[in-house]
Design a protein around this ligand. Structure first.
Ligand SMILES: NC(=O)c1ccc[n+]([C@@H]2O[C@H](COP(=O)([O-])OP(=O)(O)OC[C@H]3O[C@@H](n4cnc5c(N)ncnc54)[C@H](OP(=O)(O)O)[C@@H]3O)[C@@H](O)[C@H]2O)c1
Length: 267
């Protein structure tokens, strides 16, 4: 079967992660990837590192996928200035936080799949929640492309703000916790370098300890023993309302996603 042409708009954090993930599964064959980036310095860097042409503007796109990896703040402008260049057969794939399918459909009558991946798609180990406005697997995009980047699961679009906070932003919660652990480690006696090493090794070991049929709370119980060190630390977290801190952060991130949608609607 003929490979799909994939047009990636924006090669920042997520656009590059998509490109890397796709290329890992396609033996570094660039012929089906078309890249667009307005940041000239970044475009040059990608051209040099990947030996691929990067353009600033799209030409007529009449088939394949348009993957929208730009910030919410510039998405309306992109849609308005390029609507006449995107033909009806093109599938629009949007990971843009807060951008609803309805909003895209007001400008383009194309089929749209909205996704909220995290950066682990770069190593084909991501999680890709999606929702779409068409039946079946148009162009086999889900089976032939998205599934190669990690685990995919369909959700109702109404839950996307929470999915965005939990999963899209998810790596940041763990990076921030890890960064705080490194800081404490060096404040309490380790060199910064050793503290970073200890926490990195810890985080790297976690995937091997997590299994599909064991809950995270069960895993916590496995590490803690009565009157032990872990229990002392966990009690301190409870006293300092760790649960409330996490609840507030996820709630704030979810509400921000809803706010972005409203801002996009009112532009
Ligand atoms: N990063 C994540 O983990 C993640 C996860 C899930 C979803 N998302 C979503 O993915 C989108 C991109 O996020 P990001 O973190 O990759 O942002 P980013 O690092 O800022 O990358 C976006 C890139 O697109 C460029 N750009 C802007 N307008 C363009 C245009 N018309 N044509 C071509 N390139 C253009 C930007 O250039 P300038 O800097 O010059 O504007 C920038 O280099 C956002 O909507 C975000 O909500 C991100």
């Amino acid at each position: 079967m003929k490979e799909l042409n994939i047009h990636i708009i924006g090669l920042g954090n997520l656009g590059k992660a998509f490109l890397n993930g796709f290329l890992n599964t396609n033996s570094s064959d660039f012929k089906n990837y078309f890249c667009y980036e307005t940041n000239i310095q970044l475009a040059k860097q990608i051209e040099n590192n990947y030996n691929i042409e990067v353009k600033t503007d799209i030409d007529i796109i009449d088939s394949g996928i348009l993957l929208l990896c730009i910030k919410p703040q510039v998405v309306n402008e992109f849609l308005q200035s390029n609507k006449s260049k995107v033909r009806e057969d093109v599938l629009i794939c949007s990971p843009v936080a807060g951008l609803s399918i309805d909003h895209i459909s007001r400008t383009l009558s194309n089929k749209v799949i909205r996704v909220m991946p995290n950066l682990l798609i770069e190593n084909n180990n991501g999680f890709i929640p999606y929702t779409k406005n068409y039946e079946g697997d148009y162009l086999n995009f889900i089976e032939k492309n998205l599934q190669k980047l990690g685990t995919v699961k369909e959700f109702d679009e109404s839950i996307f703000p929470l999915i965005t906070a939990l999963s899209g932003s998810g790596p940041a919660w763990f990076y921030e916790l890890s960064s705080q652990l490194v800081k404490v480690g060096s404040e309490l006696g380790l060199s910064e370098e050793n503290s970073e090493l200890v926490v990195k090794e810890l985080v790297k070991s976690l995937p091997g300890l997590i299994s599909d049929n064991e809950s995270f709370s069960a895993l916590v119980s496995k590490v803690k023993s009565p009157k032990g060190t872990t229990e002392a630390g966990l009690n301190s977290l409870e006293l300092d309302s760790f649960d409330k801190i996490i609840y507030n952060a996820i709630n704030k991130a979810t509400n921000r996603s809803i706010e972005i949608s409203k801002e996009l609607e009112s532009e």
